[in-house]
Design a protein around this ligand. Structure first.
Ligand SMILES: Cc1cc2nc3c(=O)[nH]c(=O)nc-3n(C[C@H](O)[C@H](O)[C@H](O)COP(=O)(O)OP(=O)(O)OC[C@H]3O[C@@H](n4cnc5c(N)ncnc54)[C@H](O)[C@@H]3O)c2cc1C
Length: 346
């Protein structure tokens, strides 16, 4: 009998996990289930920025592994929406030195460099700047869809079907689906993005202490030139990103609204969101502040340690949670998948 692995959630993390199970565990029967279409959750709203940074050894190793994975994908199929982008980091005073150390790859710190010449903003007075090689960004939902298209015929994919209930029984995890169908899984992987409190798995996932935080990326209406570089502001956990494929810039800043519900109606960008974002950007590029007028508002799952979580949940050892990537689920998805497969093998 083939081992049956069910993956619940087909965002970028679930999609990469399925791809890796197919590559590394041939013969496995895979059923992927998403209550929406592939890539419709946090992945659809993502800025999709990868840059080589990490505050801990584990995250740095995950970042490097994921970068190699995406580079290999892009080399194999250049038509994938993976776009290399130049990047500079900008910080002030002693904070610059501390931030620079978190970068896996970075040029030397320069205090009066020509580095920002080709960026939408000028060089802020008194700032330090360094270049950050190895960056790219992605249209994450499209990438997930393209990955799934490649392996769709090798798995069962149930879109528009929610997992309504999970029971752990002797010999299987038993899922009840929104269609009424009952499925038995030898192994079950939960990749629910910000839906960690979905009724089906709330009790299983609760011990992990995950919380949901709002993420806001504002759209900045300024023309995007081919040579434009992204700019990251490590002190603020914020960045400016030229989205070539959409023809506008994006400004992501750290919004501190916690315990939001991904299913709550989205009221859109609020005046408060704009004020917060403008206050951050004003420090670096006051000339751009008035160009922030719209954007994308959603949320993501955050772990207590701020490192992604790949862990067994429940009593049977058959169920693995993979996610809580703290606003970095795109850039860490391949490494999260790799850790998930290691747990499957244990
Ligand atoms: C505005 C914004 C900007 C971001 N920018 C970046 C960035 O620049 N770089 C970066 O690395 N990360 C970024 N992130 C974070 C990143 O997008 C997420 O961490 C990542 O998309 C999470 O992927 P996922 O597959 O875990 O979740 P999701 O994409 O949310 O997928 C989870 C899936 O689970 C499904 N699901 C939920 N409940 C059920 C159920 N009961 N049954 C079946 N299926 C269910 C959902 O429909 C969904 O498709 C950003 C996020 C946001 C919101």
């Amino acid at each position: 009998m083939r081992e049956r692995v069910v993956v619940a959630g087909a965002g970028i993390i679930g999609s990469v996990i399925v791809r890796q199970i197919l590559a590394e565990r041939p013969g496995t029967e895979i059923i992927a289930i998403d209550r929406d279409l592939v890539g419709s959750g946090a992945s659809r709203r993502s800025a999709g920025l990868h840059f080589p940074v990490g505050r801990t050894e584990r995250v740095r190793a995950m970042t490097e592994m994921s970068e190699r994975y995406y580079q290999a994908l892009a080399a194999r199929d250049p038509s994938l929406p993976i776009y290399p982008v130049a990047m500079h980091a900008v910080a002030f005073g002693t904070a610059a030195e501390a931030a620079w150390r978190n970068f896996i790859k970075a040029g030397p710190i320069e205090t009066s460099p020509p580095a920002c010449r080709r960026v939408a903003m000028g060089q802020p007075v008194g700032a330090s700047v360094w270049s950050v090689p190895g960056c790219h960004y992605t249209d994450v939902a499209t990438l997930a869809g393209r990955l799934v298209r490649e392996f769709r015929s090798a798995i069962s994919l149930l879109e528009g079907v929610a997992v309504a209930n999970i029971r752990e029984e002797a010999g299987a995890a038993v899922l009840v689906l929104s269609t009424g169908e009952t499925l038995r899984a030898d192994r079950l992987i939960l990749a629910p993005g910000p839906w960690v409190n979905a009724p089906a798995w709330r009790a299983l996932v609760a011990p992990l202490g995950i919380r949901i935080k709002k993420i806001i990326a504002l759209h900045l209406d300024a023309p995007v030139e081919k040579a434009d570089a992204a700019v990251v502001f490590p002190e603020e956990d914020a960045f400016l990103l030229p989205l070539q494929h959409r023809g506008h810039w994006l400004f992501s800043y750290t919004c501190l609204d916690w315990d939001v519900d991904p299913d709550a109606p989205q009221p859109g960008v609020s005046r408060q969101n704009l004020d917060e974002a403008q206050a951050v950007l004003r420090r670096y590029a006051p000339e751009l502040v008035e160009k922030l007028r719209s954007g994308r508002v959603f949320c993501d799952a955050y772990s207590p340690s701020r490192e992604p979580i790949v862990a067994r949940v429940g009593a049977s050892g058959r169920i693995i949670f993979a996610g809580a990537a703290n606003g970095s689920g795109y850039r860490l998805a391949p490494a999260i998948a790799a850790e998930t497969l290691r747990l499957l093998d244990d």
